[in-house]
Design a protein around this ligand. Structure first.
Ligand code: SUG
Length: 455
């Protein structure tokens, strides 16, 4: 392993492109925005352009920005697995007639939320000096369970160099190993190039009664198990000294916090979190303090400042917290934060407070995604990379002005600006989507990552 200059280590945020079938089908149980917007007409073009505008403004501000392609939808292969047969057109028509809920599921553009694509351990924390990847099984919902196969191919296509990158199998797709990826994982450290402690947050425990009397949510499902988090840590070779496993507060899950990144965000030594984030708040902080090699900077937002309803509706904690060269941090929040007075006041208080490095706020409009419960942090997969690893990436996936221009033109060429639930049965949409993605793989130079053809 070559010595790493810690100042050359950067976090690259890989945002998922909003796919051409982006729609509102109300598929995600426990996700208040998705459940309440089901049936609305979506605008895939606007969604994709909003996502690209976020990427561009962060790139322009000097942050390293990557991009990940959407997945092929409708997933006609999944419909065939479920017994629909005939030509692709016939499969779509039969599903629309006999099982519209299945057609909606196989059309979801949910792969845009790349915080759920997988869990990543930077090479700096791995014994073999490679970055480790595990795609998330997303088995808690049918529409997301369809993602990991393609996700794995995309990650392997981009992080292909075996000298630098190691890929692990998806965990068994069964409730005991329910895994939602980086949305429930935070790496805390000093500088990015210094050793990190990995905070894994889970909603329930599947086996045994070690934590007798363990509490679970009553209303909505817990999408991450302790056993899944432990298995990912084990795959990546993380030791006890490098990991903290904390239970998410069940009342938060019942209030609509379906992932930890809806109620907490960490970056470097800073952990910005709501009082209701962890079942054992003090125990979690103490364990982090005990394991980190740099002082933890907890930034606690109490219930009296931001109610659970405000936290879930505004997605304050689904912000991106980004490091600046001068040691300050910038918070990238969704526009909804400005619409809630208590939330906006809290952000101003955070900026003024002397005890944290957060010095700046950027507001981004990602409303098309927000209506399905995906804020700025959901839309990005964080990958901490050394300079050599960045140079070893395959494909054209690091955003620059030329790629941005190409992607804007590509969206404008292929995307619809209106998609109602009934449009999902349109075979033309499937063709348009395939044509668009075919072109995208050439644009991004990632080879063939999609499993099926139309015909
Ligand atoms: O899994 N929404 C996603 C939102 C994921 C947000 N990601 C993070 N918090 N990291 C989900 O609930 C809705 C799709 C629909 O209804 O079509 C959906 O899947």
């Amino acid at each position: 392993m070559s010595a790493t200059n810690i100042s050359n280590v950067r976090e690259v945020n890989f945002d998922g492109l909003v796919g051409p079938t982006h729609n509102y089908s109300g598929l995600a149980v426990g996700n208040v925005a998705s459940m309440s917007h089901g049936g609305l007409v979506s605008n895939p073009k606007e969604g994709a352009l909003q996502g690209l505008a976020k990427m561009k403004s962060l790139m322009d501000a000097g942050y390293a920005q990557g991009v990940l392609p959407p997945q092929q939808r409708p997933d006609i292969g999944a419909l065939r697995d479920l017994g629909f047969s005939g030509s692709n057109r016939e499969v779509l028509a039969r599903a629309a007639k006999e099982a519209p809920q299945l057609l909606r599921a196989v059309c979801s553009a949910s792969s845009m939320w790349t915080a759920n694509a997988g869990t990543i351990t930077p090479s700096l924390d791995a014994a073999d000096g490679r970055a480790h990847f595990t795609p998330a099984n997303l088995q808690s919902s049918f529409h997301r369970y369809l993602e990991p196969g393609t996700t794995g191919r995309v990650l392997q296509a981009i992080f292909r160099d075996e000298q630098h990158f190691a890929h692990h199998p998806v965990l068994p797709a069964t409730p005991a190993f329910a895994d939602e990826g980086a949305a429930n994982h935070t790496r805390l450290c000093g500088e990015y190039g210094e050793p990190g402690v990995h905070l894994f947050v889970y909603g329930r425990q599947a086996f045994g009664d070690v934590h007798s009397g363990a509490r679970e949510p009553k209303r909505y499902p817990a999408r991450q198990t302790l056993e899944a988090s432990q298995a990912v840590a084990r795959q990546h070779g993380l030791t006890d000294a490098q990991t903290v496993f904390a239970q998410q507060h069940p009342d938060a899950i019942d209030a609509g916090v379906f992932h930890n990144d809806v109620i907490a965000v960490g970056n470097g030594p800073v952990l910005l979190y709501h009082e209701m984030a962890f079942l054992d708040e003090e125990g979690t902080l103490d364990e982090l303090r005990g394991k980190m090699t740099t002082p933890l900077i907890p930034v606690r937002v109490p219930l009296e400042a931001v109610s659970m309803e405000d936290a879930v509706a505004s997605y304050l904690f689904n912000s991106q917290l980004l490091s600046n060269p001068d040691g300050t941090m910038t918070l990238v929040v969704p526009g909804e934060c400005q619409e809630r007075e208590a939330v906006w006041r809290t952000i101003q208080d955070l900026l003024l407070a002397g005890h944290n490095p957060i010095s700046d706020v950027i507001v981004k409009d990602v409303k098309q995604s927000m209506r399905n419960g995906g804020g700025p942090a959901c839309l990005r997969l964080r990958v901490v990379l050394t300079e050599a690893e960045r140079a070893a990436l395959s494909g054209r996936v690091l955003l620059n002005d030329a790629l941005y221009d190409d992607l804007i033109a590509w969206v404008n060429r292929h995307y619809r600006d209106r998609l109602a639930p009934d449009d999902l049965a349109d075979p033309q949409l499937a063709e348009e989507s395939l044509t668009a993605l075919d072109e995208l793989t050439q644009l991004l130079k990632i080879g063939s990552v999609y499993p099926f053809q139309l015909g």
